[in-house]
Write a new protein. Sequence first.
Length: 432
Amino acid sequence: MALFETEVGGSDSKILREPLAFVEEFMPKMSTEQKAAALQLFKVRGDLMVGLGATKRAATEYSAAAILAPDDDETKAKRAKLESSDKLQKDADSKVPVSVLTGFLGSGKTTLLNHILEAHHGKRIAVIENEFGEVGIDDSLVKGGSMAAEENIVEMNNGCICCTVRGDLIAGLKKLIKNSKKTGKALDGVLIETTGLADPAPVAQTFFADDFVQQHMRLDGILTMVDAKHIIQHLDDEKPEGVENEAVEQIAFADRILLNKCDLVESEEELKEVEKRIRAINEKVPIKRTTNSEVEMDFILGIKGFSLDKIIEMDDAFLADEHDHQHDSRVTSVGIDVPGEVVQQKLNDWISWLLKEKGVDLFRSKGVLAVKGMKQKFVFQAIHMLFANSMEGLWDPGEEKRCKMVFIGKNLNREELTSGFMKCMAGNTGGY
């Protein structure tokens, strides 16, 4: 296929990587003989993919053939057969696939969630959120689209899934199934977004501990977001005796790794070192480099990536009912939720001071704020000293303007954070 690509003026193996884009670009330049040759190549490659069980890729190859020759009866027959076998497979496995999305704080999980809920993949994906923090912020950051209007986004904010609310997770899953049956709208998948401090093992364990969940759902895969800029720092973080390093565990349990924020890493050598560290923990896991959490849906949805045998091999106590897990007691969260507006200049000065002085210990800071004189909601996020902000939608007429912030990190001083933030509020005569 590479020789054919060169013959028609292509390069970089685009014919293999993006067959549909290749056909769209080069078909107008092909002779009749070249089109016939390309048609056969895509049909043969489609047959090969069917034999390997890669039905989604086979469908892409056959689609490329169909663009070249829309009236070709053999291509039509191959596509019809493939669609029929796909339907039989879906009927045989009627359980709803569930993916667990994990990753250290600030790695980009919420951004990925937005992509999944906004992408035109034709799937109905329900979401269960969980976050380590006193104030629910992520429901403001997750735009949600049409799914949000159908009340299928469930946020649980009373502790980590893995520690104290496994019962709530099961209740959330049951709610989604019952709601789906009631409305007659089948779910194609469920995504559980865990807190950045969650050990994924007990979340996965839920699928074998509850009969109802086991009857209606199957674990599709554990997806781990990795912050390329900060992961080595988290992996090397010294923990008190008996406390697990969650960043290590999340990589160890992953079926897919999204190595995110690659644009913030200064060199290819640094990225290769990060990948080497990941491989030292989870040698065979597929790694995809990403920026802004952008990734093809096929890499993370419907992957059937979960292997119970693999997990048990890694954690002999996995299926024991009591999973001994404690968070680092030095890691705490401080939440602020107050009515009113902040003064932008005061906020900027305080945030600059905070990130400079306390950034090493601040794993994550995030907030949705009302800024005096601004019609839009001000969304603020920081990971250690890295800071970003954006405007996310207008305040509705009559909506109470409030400021919500959450800080998660080591050795946090609640009084210092709260008083510092309050000095930024409009009407406060103090300041920075």
